[in-house]
Structures are given as structure tokens and as C-alpha cells.
Write a protein that binds this ligand. Structure first.
Ligand code: PGA
Length: 272
């Protein structure tokens, strides 16, 4: 069943540029450490022209890090956004605020935010706001656990359908999907990456849902990342077999050397 779809996907893949985004979460502890890490990563990113590289830094660091984003070699990414434009929403940050400090992309629906109460409806509101701005969303989806009955496919399907509700096809270029199974995050109990084959299967499935919601060409135009315990040890296998257009990297993005190696491997890899 997957084979014809997969072949067509391979033909169309060239159009999607690879992307590696470091998700720093609530790290590092100070702006001084953040600057140092950012500058180290930028040096590597500047050398790797055929892969886009971004860092999702905590809100208070973004404006300062912008000063070190020479050219477009390292993109500033935010970890969240609110759907309202302005007003009495203590603690929230708008799309316009992010744009004004040079942010180009924003993570939406990360499982750590969902665990704090973010619902599918909230994720959809955020996406609808983002497509009205100049930002691009990195929409995180992924099941909490797997079972032999394959319920995780239905779970991810529901997340995708809800997230893309009322998003017109013309806005798809502003949405990137990151498949991040919660059980595969380095901070989870199991803490090991999905196998490249499991990631591949879900990435194909995500495209299939998108092709039902929109059409094949639209689904093939969407960049789909993998995230969950990506590190220097598994990056080559993931590049070879997962079919991902890139990676959302948590823990390993806090070590400049490791993250740079992941960027370099992604840049050098011919596989996809
Ligand atoms: P991890 O995190 O690479 O540490 O598993 C990924 C993420 O949460 O985005």
C-alpha cells in the first residue's frame, strides 16, 4: 500500500530543503551561556548552505541572540506563541512580538506544552494565527505510547486533522510538521529514539493524512521532521532510513559539538 505513495514522494522530495532545529527548552541557565552556544552553532551553520538551521531559545534570550544571527545562517525560533494579538493575557507572547525581535519560526504543540494542558483546539488557534503572520510553525505531533493494535496512528491522525482545521492549502508553506513520539524524548522514561523504520512509517502516514485533507501535491510540499533522542550516534541511521526532511533536537542541541555534528551529517547526507 505504501510503496506507490513512497515512490512519488521520493520524486518530489528535492523541493524540500532540509532543516535542523535545536530545541533548547528551558536552557541554558544564563544569557551569557546562551550567547556562547549560539555563536558556536552559528559558525557551523554558516558552513552548511544546503541545510537550514534554527535554534528555539527561551523568550528572554531571543532579542539578544538576534544580534548574533549574522545573515540567515542561524534562524531564531520561539518555543511557543499565543493566538491573540494584544491585551490582558499575562505571560503570553504574540506573533507580532516574535516577528519584531527577528523570530522566523515557532514551535507549536510541543508535547511538554500539551502535558501542561495545551489542547488540540489551542494548537489549532495558534496555527491559524501563525499563518496570518510572517512566521512558520513547527507543529509537533506524536503519540504518548505505542501498542500492538496500532492505536498510535489514530492518535496522530486526530492531532493532525485538528491542527490543520481551517488552514487553507495556500498556507501550507507556513507549516512544518515534527513527528515527536513522546516516549522517544530523551527525557522520557524509556528515553530512546524511535527506530528509523518506525519514524519512516509514521512520516509516510502523516503525508497520507495530509493528502486526504488537501491533495497529494500539497502533502508532498510539507516538510516533516523527526524528533526524539536524536543524537550523534543515531543521526546517520535516521538520515538513511527515516525519510525525515530534518530533525528537532532537544538534549543534543545543548552541546555545541554534538549539534554541529548533527547539522554536518544532515548536510552531507545524500540519502532521502
Ligand atoms: P530530545 O528532545 O532530543 O532531548 O529527545 C526533543 C524535543 O523535545 O523536541
Amino acid at each position: 500500500m505504501l510503496r506507490p505513495y513512497f515512490s512519488a514522494t521520493i520524486l518530489l522530495m528535492k523541493a524540500r530543503k532540509r532543516l535542523v532545529v535545536g530545541n533548547w527548552k528551558m536552557n541554558p541557565k544564563t544569557i551569557g551561556e546562551a550567547k556562547k552556544l549560539y555563536v558556536d552553532i552559528r559558525k557551523e551553520a554558516a558552513k552548511r548552505k544546503n541545510v537550514d538551521v534554527g535554534i528555539a531559545a527561551p523568550f528572554p534570550y531571543l532579542a539578544e541572540l538576534r544580534k548574533y544571527s549574522v545573515g540567515k545562517s542561524l534562524q531564531l525560533v520561539a518555543q511557543d506563541v499565543f493566538w491573540e494579538k494584544q491585551g490582558a493575557f499575562t505571560g503570553e507572547v504574540s506573533a507580532a512580538m516574535l516577528e519584531s525581535v527577528g523570530v522566523t519560526r515557532v514551535i507549536v504543540g510541543h508535547s511538554e506544552r500539551r502535558a501542561l494542558g495545551e489542547t488540540d483546539e489551542m494548537v489549532n488557534s495558534k496555527l491559524r494565527t501563525i499563518v496570518r503572520s510572517s512566521l512558520t510553525a513547527i507543529l509537533c505531533v506524536g503519540e504518548r505510547e505505542r501498542d500492538h493494535g496500532g492505536k498510535h496512528f489514530g492518535f496522530v491522525e486526530a492531532q493532525i486533522k485538528s491542527a490543520f482545521s481551517q488552514i487553507p492549502r495556500t498556507k501550507l508553506s507556513q507549516i512544518i510538521v515534527a513527528y515527536e513520539p513522546v516516549w522517544a524524548l530523551s527525557t522520557s522514561k524509556d528515553g530512546h529514539a524511535a527506530t528509523p523504520e518506525d519514524a519512516h512509517e509514521m512520516i509516510i502516514f502523516i503525508r497520507k493524512i495530509l493528502s486526504h485533507v488537501y491533495n497529494r501535491a500539497a502533502a508532498d510540499s510539507v516538510c516533516v521532521l523527526y524528533g526524539g533522542s536524536v543524537n550523534v550516534k543515531n543521526i546517520d541511521e535516521l538520515l538513511k532510513w527515516s525519510g525525515a526532511d530534518g530533525f528537532l533536537v532537544g538534549g543534543a542541541s545543548l552541546k555545541g559539538g554534538d549539534f554541529s555534528s548533527i547539522v554536518k551529517s544532515t548536510h552531507d547526507s545524500k540519502a532521502r
